[in-house]
Design a protein around this ligand. Structure first.
Ligand code: ATP
Ligand code: MG
Ligand code: MG
Length: 355
């Protein structure tokens, strides 16, 4: 069978490869900084685990391959300016925004969006990096080096954040995972719960939004949509044209994980509606040292990414799925003992939101 090359060799590429093994699909994540250009064959397939990349001999070779799935989508979504234009063009609800150009003044921002607005770098931001709050009460001004490099959006007083992940096949068929409730702390995803009874009524609204986007882009594979919930209304925060941290729970909680769905979609294997086993909780390991006791908790499914531990860096995650044996409360309480104290509020959030 032809080979699938992944642009990027982080944890997402590794988990795609992990999921592809039982499908007998050969996946190879590629280090874009490596001097060795992969030996691409005409029938091979190329996908990416990231939405933006520098030009290197490796990325140029991958990007030039005719079977690079969704190639034209990456640039469009990687730039928040064109991503926001896409949402506006489809009349999808998103936080009101504008480009930070040479003429824009902070006063104009406050007049248009109210007293709190968030500047976001057009490209390259992740985990809340590349963001800058403008606050009228503090008379914050726009620093010069943000001009033409950023958008600014209204600060949204959302009730909570949710995420929808869907998959679309070459023939246009689409399937969705249930909405996940997500907890972002300082701009970084720390935990998610899915499915969740009290947000079920938002599922069809979310599916209509992401379905419209995937169709407009003629997208193939897994795409994620992060939303703010404001009452019963969803507003799109951002989109990611790839497998996504907010659906890592599907490794434990669904018959077909998001990684497997993506591999199936891009290789033309049959797509199905993933069956959800039960409620799952995912806890991100951020800047946390490896602790083998995580594996001692019954029901715990840790994934360690093998990266160097640095403060705040995503180095792994742990999934838990409710089953007939026990409750989610027990393993989450057990985990509390094996994580630094700062995880207390994250575990409390998970425990407080379980069905
Ligand atoms: P990711 O790692 O998910 O790619 P990112 O760096 O691209 O994150 P965003 O998702 O745009 O950044 O923002 C990070 C978090 O900041 C959001 O999850 C949300 O908690 C908060 N945030 C973003 N935009 C707004 C807004 N307009 N109003 C209020 N809070 C916001
Ligand atoms: Mg992002
Ligand atoms: Mg985000």
């Amino acid at each position: 069978m032809n080979k699938v090359w992944v642009l990027g060799h982080g944890q997402l590429g590794a988990m795609l490869a992990h999921a592809a093994m039982p499908l007998d699909v050969d996946i190879e994540p590629v280090d874009i900084e490596s001097g060795v250009v992969p030996d691409l064959q005409p029938d091979d397939i190329v996908t990416a685990e990231r939405e933006l990349w520098p030009d290197t001999p490796v990325t140029e070779a991958l990007a030039a391959h005719p079977n690079f799935v969704n190639r034209d989508v990456f640039g469009r979504l990687a730039d928040r300016f064109t991503q926001k234009q896409l949402m506006d063009g489809l009349s999808l609800s998103t936080s009101p925004w504008c480009l930070v150009d040479d003429a824009l003044s902070a006063e104009e921002v406050y007049q248009r969006f109210g007293g709190r607005a968030l500047m976001k770098r057009r490209t390259g931001g992740y985990d809340g990096k590349g963001q800058f709050w403008l606050k009228e009460a503090e008379s914050t001004q726009i620093p010069d080096d943000w001009r033409n490099e950023a958008i600014v959006e209204q600060g949204i007083n959302f009730d909570e954040e949710v995420s929808l992940v869907g998959v679309r096949g070459e023939g246009g068929e689409v399937f969705f995972y249930p909405l996940a409730l997500t907890l972002q702390v300082d701009g970084v995803l720390t935990a998610s719960i899915a499915p969740l009874d009290r947000i079920k009524h938002l599922q069809s609204q979310a599916e209509a939004m992401l379905g419209k986007l995937m169709e407009e882009l003629n997208y193939v594979g897994v795409m994620a949509m992060e939303c703010f919930r404001v009452g019963d209304k969803l507003m799109i925060n951002e989109l990611a044209p790839r497998v996504h941290n907010t659906a890592h729970w599907t490794q434990a909680g669904a018959s077909v994980s998001q990684f497997e769905s993506h591999v199936r979609a891009i290789t033309g294997l049959p797509l199905v509606q993933p069956r959800v086993k039960n409620q799952s909780v995912m806890i991100n390991l951020l800047g946390t040292d490896y602790d083998k006791r995580w594996w001692s908790i019954p029901g715990s499914e840790p994934y360690w990414y093998g990266k160097e531990v640095r403060p705040g860096r995503k180095v792994g995650h742990i999934n838990f799925t409710r089953d007939h044996v026990g409750h989610l409360e027990e393993p989450l309480e057990a985990l509390r003992q094996y994580l630094p104290e700062r995880y207390g509020q994250i575990l409390d959030w998970a425990l407080a939101n379980l069905d």
